[in-house]
Write a protein that binds this ligand. Structure first.
Ligand code: MSP
Length: 506
């Protein structure tokens, strides 16, 4: 039965161009989107950019530009990269769009009307340089605020608050009853613990005197909306919430794919309570797939640590497929991964060049040389092995364990390469009595490659297409095509083309 799958990623701050950490998340979401399309599911994949807030305002000021001009200038560094990486999103969430800002205002208006938003004064220590209130966490061991904060003044400020605490009992109960809300499971436990520790209400406005770059509060023109309250709403504003209810309810709820830094409190606490306050029922709550970090030398890759790598340089050097494959194959979803150029090259050479590329090349060359490219359909000893791997592949993809699903596909590649060595077709070709055996081997290898091309297509879409062209197999690509035996008796395979040339280190 076909499912509707609504996938989102976090929307990225547009204070700088995207780096490999951002790219990892988009590729992860894209692979899941492509997998579901392959299964015949209806997919709505939403991603975009988070254009408001202090970080963006500061970056724009540093560049000497108006914030809107700044974010518009940066937008193509995101959309160009997603295009180069083959990210097949269905809708683009840019939070300066009227569709979104209007939706945020409507929600604020409604929550204000029902008494879930109120005004209160807050007194605290404020760093003028960093333009933020400081808490005890920011104090040094001597109890003072360090020099990095510049002048720290005691300040009283009036802000609008969302009654988060009112929804905390509901959240605790909801999380206790719905253990599948966050995966991996240990992140769900972390969220429950955080929700139990509790917190006060959430300040959701900023006075324009210190932050002007945001969505103006609909009932108070002196302030703008706090960036998280604005950004989280993208998941519904760009899916038709409040516009076309039937379209929205056909899609919702979403699976949110996010990094581990933004589960608590933003998504797991603020967002769930916001949705509840808007009237979403328990069975209309989203779920979360929480991934780890792409690390450089043991540290999170981030602009503030100065260790970012531009994904474009890897696409230039090795192609988008090499990067997509490496990130998906080497990172167990939910865990951190250490990114190294050496490891990327090693994975590429061993799995793609020597593994899959070599299998394809030798299979097609042998079929051409010994049989003029024509296959005879024969019963195959590999059929059961391959079909078992298709089953585990699917189970692993459903569990969103992409690296493990790829492992199932590569078990087929490894088995097939070993089968070539075991059966030595070059010897069979010399012995007329072994003609049937040779036909069986060539059919088995071609058919296994056809099935592998379907399995790898979510991760390596361009390369999967090339394999199908080389096999001269033109059927529409669908999961049902992984059943053994689609290549017909008398099928003629195409020309072998180099697909994964080995990367030689300089
Ligand atoms: N704008 C907010 C998200 C709002 S969602 C309503 C934000 N932006 S971000 O640019 O800082 O991060 C965007 C996404 O990229 C987050 O999911 C974050 O976890 C992810 N990553 C940023 N650096 C990362 C790595 N080094 N590794 C993997 N993902 C990381 O947070």
């Amino acid at each position: 039965m076909s499912r509707t799958v609504f996938l989102t990623t976090a929307i990225d701050y547009t204070n700088a161009p995207p780096h490999l950490g951002h790219a990892y998340e988009k590729i992860l979401a894209d692979v899941l989107a492509r997998y579901h399309r392959l299964c015949g599911d209806r997919v709505f994949f939403l991603t975009g950019v988070d254009q408001h807030g202090q970080k963006v305002q500061q970056a724009a000021a540093a560049a000497g530009l108006e914030p809107l001009v700044f974010v518009q200038g940066l937008a193509s560094s995101f959309t160009d990269l997603w295009q180069r990486l083959g990210i097949t999103y269905d809708a683009w969430a840019a939070t300066t769009e009227p569709r979104h800002t209007g939706c945020v205002k409507n929600i604020l208006h409604d929550l204000h009307g029902k008494g879930d938003i109120y005004k209160a004064a807050y007194r605290g220590f404020y760093s003028v340089r960093q333009e933020q209130f400081l808490t005890d966490k920011e104090r040094g061991t001597d109890g003072a605020f360090g020099p990095e904060w510049g002048d720290v003044v005691e300040l009283e400020e009036e802000n609008w608050y969302f009654r988060l605490s009112k929804y905390r009992p509901w959240l605790l109960d909801f999380l206790a009853k719905n253990e599948g809300t966050v995966s991996p499971a240990f992140r769900h436990v972390e969220l429950r613990n955080a929700a139990e520790r509790g917190a006060g209400d959430l300040s959701i406005s900023r006075p324009k005197s210190r932050l002007s770059w945001g969505i103006e509060m609909p009932f108070d023109s002196t302030c703008v909306t706090y960036v998280w309250f604005d950004a989280l709403v993208n998941y519904i504003s760009f899916a038709g919430y409040g516009e076309d209810t039937s379209e929205f309810s056909a899609l919702w709820p979403a699976l949110h794919i996010i990094g581990k830094d933004i589960l608590i409190p933003a998504h797991g606490i603020y967002w769930l309570c916001m949705l509840r306050a808007m009237g979403f029922a328990d069975d209309a709550m989203p779920t979360f797939l929480v991934h780890g970090y792409v690390m450089m030398d043991g540290e999170k890759m981030s602009k503030s640590l100065g260790n970012i790598r531009d994904p474009n340089t890897f696409i230039d050097a090795f192609g988008a497929g090499a990067l997509r494959y490496y990130l998906m194959r080497d990172c167990a979803v939910g865990q951190d991964m250490d990114f190294t150029d050496e490891r990327l090259i090693q994975r590429y050479n061993s799995d793609l060049a020597n593994g899959l590329g070599n299998l394809l090349n030798r299979t097609l060359s042998m079929a051409k040389r010994y049989r003029g490219g024509i296959l005879r359909k024969m019963p195959s000893p590999l059929e059961v092995f391959v079909q078992e791997r298709v089953i585990t592949y699917r189970q692993r993809m459903e569990a969103r364990q992409i690296h493990a699903a790829l492992e199932s596909a590569w078990e087929v590649v490894v088995r097939c390469n070993a089968y070539v060595e075991e059966t030595a077709p070059w010897k069979l070709a010399k012995d007329p009595a072994q003609a049937d055996r040779l036909d069986e081997v060539l059919y088995s290898l071609s058919e296994a490659l056809r099935i592998v091309s379907i399995l790898i297509s979510p991760v390596l879409p361009t390369e999967a297409d090339s394999i199908r062209v080389q096999l001269a197999w033109g059927d529409a690509v669908h999961m049902s095509g992984t059943a053994w035996g689609s290549l017909a008796d008398g099928h003629c395979v195409g020309e072998a083309l180099p697909l994964f040339p080995r990367i030689e280190r300089a």
